[in-house]
Write a protein that binds this ligand. Structure first.
Ligand code: ARG
Length: 410
């Protein structure tokens, strides 16, 4: 196998990736270039470059990817109303392809032969990082230390850190694994490993428990253009700022917590708790506007494809021909999804109150219960007669052996 001289590592600055940095240098006798992506995880980015260099990196990139993340990954996925297994808004899954894309770009700039990540051998994230890397640059190798090294327990990791002068954060009891970005915060492991255990108070980060939410509901409007949100209460925001604003609103009103057992791509079931405050409001408002502007058959066809699209994102097939083709179809379906939705936020609920659009397909003349001049109610009789024909036929067949079909058709 080709010698690895230089590796680009996805570095968070935490204990695990600091250990990986050292381990790569020791084991591969290579240079390590660190890449830290700011996806709005809210952790301190200041000082991370120094920390990487101090731990032995030859170079450290700190990349602000927040706008790109929301504009080119989160929003396209929300155009599709993607939901994995009917509930998970895919907050971690959608971030991985972007991190990989930036790693590949840096690897190409730096002339590195490999990239490396801190995902374990049991999760989905390794698959997502590596499939994206393969799709973008098939020449690059991925080194996944968790699948290679001899460090088997937390104690092993702590010992390794001590031997290599890596500072160990005091709060390192590590009750669970957290992954955060502008779209969501996820909690897995620790006390959550028993699916019957209710999540404790530490499992809340950005969302107020509904019991402690304001007693006054808050009403907001969201403007959409071609399926993407552009303004809140008529104030325009950049994609990342808009999602941050919705997070603040949703968090305050207790919106967007999901606790579920899901099927991982690698085969096991796992229990996760997710906080997706802004995304939950966005999904509800977007779906509501589609009710007004989207053609019936278009919507029904698209709806059959949501589980497939969500699966592609979850499995790590973002950069794949099938996801791209489906995206083109979905984007086409969104051309007229422009307008405004009014929603009420109240104690964990996000309730649409009204919607309007220049492309509304809602025809009050057709829908009215009052007398109208465009719809002839008598037409409905023939319509029902024809669509019900086979239903009558089936019962007649089983009851009377097919006789009387003609008679009963009147
Ligand atoms: N189960 C979720 C997913 O697969 C969340 C994963 C969280 N990842 C993590 N490294 N903590 O998308």
């Amino acid at each position: 196998m080709q010698k690895v001289d230089k590796v680009v590592l996805a570095y968070s600055g935490g204990l695990d990736t600091s250990i990986i940095l050292k381990w790569l240098k020791n084991n591969y006798d290579c240079e390590v270039v660190c890449m830290t992506a700011d996806l709005g995880q809210g952790e301190e980015m200041d000082g991370i470059e120094e920390k990487a260099l101090k731990t032995g990196a030859v170079k450290a990139y700190v990349e602000d990817l927040r706008e790109e993340f929301v504009r080119d990954y989160v929003f396209p996925m929300f155009r599709a109303n993607a939901l994995y297994e009917g509930r998970y808004l895919l907050g971690t899954a959608i971030a991985r392809p972007l991190i990989s894309k930036r790693m590949v770009e840096i690897a190409e700039m730096e002339g590195a032969q490999a990239v490396s990540h801190g995902a374990t051998g049991k999760g989905n994230d390794q698959v997502r990082f590596e499939l994206a890397t393969m799709a973008l640059n098939p020449r690059l190798r991925t080194i996944a230390p968790w699948r290679e090294w001899e460090l088997k327990s937390r104690t092993d990791l702590i010992n390794f850190a001590q031997e290599n002068d890596i500072p160990i954060p005091v709060s390192r009891t590590k009750p669970w694994s957290i992954d955060a970005n502008l779209l969501h915060t996820s909690f897995e492991g620790g006390e959550l490993e028993d699916p019957w255990n209710a999540p404790g108070p530490d499992c809340y980060r950005n969302i107020t428990p509904p019991e402690r939410c304001p007693d006054e509901p808050e009403e907001i409007t969201i403007d959409f253009e071609a399926g993407d949100p552009i303004a809140i209460n008529s104030v325009k925001y950049s994609p990342a700022a808009l999602l941050a604003k919705l997070n603040e609103l949703g968090g305050r009103h207790g919106i967007g917590r999901i606790d579920m057992v899901e099927n991982r791509f690698v085969g096991m079931k796992s229990r996760g708790v997710y906080e997706t405050p802004g995304g939950t409001i966005l999904a509800a408002a977007h779906r509501d506007l589609e009710g007004l502007c989207m053609d019936r058959e278009m919507m029904h066809l698209r709806d059959t494809l949501i589980p497939r699209y969500a699966e592609m994102v979850y499995y790590g097939y973002w950069f794949s021909p099938e996801r791209e083709a489906l995206q083109a179809m979905i984007d086409k379906s969104q051309e007229k999804v422009t307008g405004t939705v009014r929603v009420k936020l109240y104690k964990g609920n996000c309730v649409p109150l009204g919607r309007k659009s220049p492309f509304s397909l809602y025809n009050p003349e057709l829908a009215t219960f009052e007398e109208d001049y465009v719809y002839d109610q008598a037409d409905a009789a023939g319509f029902i007669k024809l669509v019900g024909l086979r239903l009558k036929g089936r019962m007649q067949q089983s009851k009377w052996g097919g006789k009387e079909i003609e008679d009963s058709c009147e």
